[in-house]
Design a binder for this molecule. Structure first.
Ligand SMILES: *Cc1c(COP(=O)(O)O)cnc(C)c1O
Length: 242
């Protein structure tokens, strides 16, 4: 068996196991598996892996750095994948990201919204947006995200949502969050659910709830996640030197 065939088998096995665990978590929560989308986070992994995942039926992939995402998305343009940008985004990268990403999950401040709307217009398309929510509850300086993982404080969400909804080239899809490092992820995902439910009153179309990574996606599914962002459980441990 060639290395490529071995890798194909490994990814198929990992994906099958993840799909089974998603099914079980959905059954336990009284949810339908079809409500859940896997976003394969392919950062640090080669384009060949993206292609293998696409062959296995994965339609959504995510990346967190523009320098890496842009060439990969370009090389996979023939696959018709939906590209999610999930990392912290500088305004000066908005133009690049808007060209290849269909969804930017990590929008957390007004000036980034303005930059993305302009970038989407320049790219001649609409870009889907999730508002990243900072779920860290530790007291800190106002406006300063504690976890260092970005995100808008829940109190700032309604205004940010209204701003996105008013943008001609952006579509408000929903919310995204990363569980804080030293907090109970189940409680964090419940907070996200509450914040999202409030947002849905004014923005009923913004149904996407992107939560859960390799270590906690079952907890996120119990709290209503519609999208799980999975890296290592699908692809293996990342090479941290990259
Ligand atoms: C890397 C990354 C993930 C995937 O992490 P794993 O633990 O490998 O599943 C999910 N979301 C974001 C924002 C990431 O940067």
């Amino acid at each position: 068996m060639t290395e490529h065939e071995q890798r194909a088998r490994e990814l198929a096995r990992n994906l099958a196991e993840v799909r089974q665990r998603i099914e079980a978590a959905c059954a336990a929560a009284g949810r339908r598996t079809q409500e859940v989308t896997i976003v394969a986070i392919t950062k640090t992994w080669p384009v060949t892996d993206v292609r293998l995942l696409a062959e296995l039926g994965v339609g959504d992939v995510g990346e967190n750095r523009d320098q890496e995402a842009r060439p990969k998305a370009e090389q996979c343009a023939d696959l018709g994948l939906t590209w999610h940008f999930v990392g912290q985004l500088q305004r000066n990268k908005a133009g690049s990201v808007a060209r290849y990403a269909q969804v930017v999950e990590s929008v957390d401040r007004p000036r980034l919204v303005t930059a993305l709307d302009r970038a989407a217009a320049a790219a001649g398309k609409r870009v889907g947006v999730c508002l990243q929510v900072d779920l860290d509850e530790r007291p800190g300086q106002p406006g300063e995200p504690q976890g260092g993982r970005g995100g808008c404080a829940p109190a700032g969400l309604p205004a940010l949502a209204d701003q996105v909804a008013g943008c001609e080239h952006l579509t408000l899809l929903g919310v995204m969050a990363v569980a804080p490092l030293d907090a109970d992820p189940a409680a964090a995902f419940q907070r996200l659910a509450a914040v999202h439910d409030r947002l849905l009153v004014d923005h009923p179309g913004a149904t996407m709830r992107s939560a859960g990574m390799s270590g906690d996606y079952e907890l996120a599914l119990a709290a209503g996640a519609t999208h799980v962002r999975l890296g290592s459980v699908l692809l293996g441990r990342r090479n941290t030197l990259k």
